[in-house]
Design a protein around this ligand. Structure first.
Ligand code: GTP
Ligand code: MG
Length: 250
């Protein structure tokens, strides 16, 4: 082994979420520090290198690049494609064990989440992500650091946007429904009655046997989930809350 190569892996924040949520717009906004770039459907993951501070004067602003008053931590923000057909690309990135994964920003389109045709696939994706993290936490052979999940409720500038509290309750309701239907599927699949206990528990998101899913059930598995609203494309981008959430976790 060469001793001269000192090589540190930067912390990673993974940007996940369904297509059209605004992930690439956010990544370009944070990279440029001014305005987002025009985007088109992403087909590959794209990393941008960013620096966040928790002690500079402008620490809570994503426009703090020229602020020399504090210390900065370099991290990679990894933008992923949201299209359902490319889900393996994004989930594969989530499964990369060599990375120092600190946090996940799961972005949703708050202006479209009132429609079942957006809510259902969005919640299904979120379910898969949370279940992946929950299983990972349960794998005691590979102890890993806790992961924080931010549900970034984007497009708050649009009048159809649901407020963050409603984004949260809509998602929790839909996750409850998905969990119940998955559990029923397992019961119907003819798995032997003796096996069902552990199999079902492994595939069950959150507190086993609870009637209603809530994000509050996730800290049990070292996963904390927070929902915060914002907008990337408004005349004056409103993403500082997300930025500050990220800065505290990298
Ligand atoms: P995929 O790459 O397909 O996964 O989508 P994405 O999540 O990267 O979405 P993208 O950043 O390409 O944005 C999709 C569309 O939403 C673009 O037309 C953006 O201009 C628009 N958009 C993004 N953020 C906002 C926002 O805060 N408000 C409004 N009104 N539009 C936004
Ligand atoms: Mg994109």
């Amino acid at each position: 082994l060469s001793s001269s190569a000192t090589y540190t892996v930067p912390p990673v924040v993974l940007l996940l979420g369904p297509e059209n949520a605004g992930k690439t717009a956010l990544a370009t906004l944070l990279e440029r520090g001014t305005k987002p770039a025009p985007t088109h459907t992403s087909q590959v993951t794209q990393s941008v290198e960013l620096n966040a501070s928790t002690d500079s004067d402008l620490k809570q602003s994503f426009r703090n690049h020229d602020d020399a008053t504090g210390t900065y931590t370099k991290f990679l923000l990894v933008d992923t494609p949201g299209h359902g057909k490319l889900r393996n690309v994004a989930m594969g990135r989530l499964g990369r064990s060599a990375e120092k994964l600190k946090a996940i920003v799961f972005m949703v389109d708050a202006a479209a989440l009132g429609e079942q045709e957006t809510l259902a696939p969005t919640a299904t994706y979120l379910y898969d992500v949370l279940l992946h993290l929950q299983k990972r936490a349960g794998d005691k052979s590979k102890p890993r650091a806790a992961v924080s999940v931010l549900v970034a409720a984007n497009k708050m500038d649009l009048f159809t946007a649901l407020p963050a509290a409603m984004v949260k309750s809509h998602l929790e309701n839909e996750l409850t429904r998905i969990r119940a239907s998955k559990s029923k599927g397992l019961l119907d699949s003819g798995v032997g009655m003796d096996d069902i206990g552990s199999e079902e528990q492994d595939a069950w998101l959150g507190e086993y046997g609870s009637d209603k899913f809530s994000f509050r059930q996730m800290p049990e598995f070292d996963i904390d989930v927070e929902v915060l609203g914002g907008s990337v494309m408004a005349d004056d981008a409103d993403v500082d809350k997300w930025w500050w959430w990220i800065a505290q976790r990298v």
